[in-house]
Design a binder for this molecule. Structure first.
Ligand SMILES: [Zn+2]
Length: 265
């Protein structure tokens, strides 16, 4: 790996880490300035390491990195936000793990994406703050799909282009969106989506979080949305649609053709 710069000062979120060598730890980071990258936290497993407490998963941290032979090396680390409430509640830990894993699996070391960084930090904040954090998770999924270039088509039939009417429809992962009843019945692998679930998806897609958070999801609708998202995300990952070259292409197209909605500050 060739480095253009010898040091990098950046904010980052720690996605995950692995023990490395005798006392080191390999970190996967999502950084503000350079997107996802890998760094070695040397000596961090020694009992007296001063960096250790700042480099746990889900921590937002201010870092100084130096270019090593084949990887960045952490030279300074200071916690910006540890999102402590996240760590005191198993359900919140579970949501945070899901949020981080989703980003981890869909992203490569491909450079800056500030919208994704801010979405991640905002979402971790919401997960530690909200009484019921589930809306923050559902909102994150739909917004992340936007920023990754997989925004599902929810307003016109993804097959025939007809405007979607307020009735029960189908959803097709293959076609990347909602299908009208006439098309959906004939497309293999399309599954039903209720008019109510579709209404929420559209609302999340069009709204910032403050607006989206006013929604009240019933347990049934939440289950339906969760299943639908899992099917769509699994399809995207299993089809290898997350390969780096494919992602670069769709993201480039997405950034040229769509202005993504603004997150609130
Ligand atoms: Zn149709």
């Amino acid at each position: 790996m060739a480095f253009k710069e010898r040091t990098l000062k950046t904010e980052a979120v720690v996605l995950r880490h692995n023990d490395w060598g005798e006392a080191d730890r390999l970190l996967w980071l999502y950084t503000l300035q350079s997107g996802k990258l890998r760094a070695n936290a040397k000596g961090v497993r020694k009992p007296r390491s001063r960096k250790a407490g700042h480099l746990e998963p889900f921590t937002q941290v201010s870092l100084l990195l130096a270019s090593g032979r084949d990887m960045w090396i952490v030279t300074q680390a200071e916690t910006v936000n540890a999102f402590l409430p996240l760590r005191e509640d198993l359900l919140r830990v579970g949501y945070a793990s899901y949020v981080v894993e989703l980003l981890d699996r869909f992203s490569y070391e491909e450079g800056e994406n500030r919208a994704i960084y801010h979405l991640l930090v905002d979402t971790l904040g919401r997960l530690s703050r909200e009484t019921d954090p589930i809306l923050a998770v559902r909102y994150y999924e739909i917004r992340l799909l936007d920023y990754l270039g997989f925004r599902p088509q929810l307003f016109q039939c993804a097959s025939c282009g007809a405007e979607i009417k307020p009735e029960n429809q189908y959803f097709s992962a293959l076609q990347g969106g909602v299908l009208c009843p006439a098309c959906g019945a004939n497309v293999p692998g399309a599954w039903p989506i209720s008019v109510t679930a579709l209404k929420y998806l559209r609302h999340f897609q069009r709204s910032n979080y403050a607006e989206a958070a006013r929604a009240r999801l019933s347990p049934e609708i939440n289950r339906e949305l969760e299943t639908l998202m899992q099917q769509y995300l699994t399809y995207l990952l299993e089809r290898g649609l997350n390969s780096p070259s494919f992602l670069r292409r769709v993201r480039k197209e997405a950034s040229e053709h769509q202005a993504a909605p603004q997150e609130e500050a």
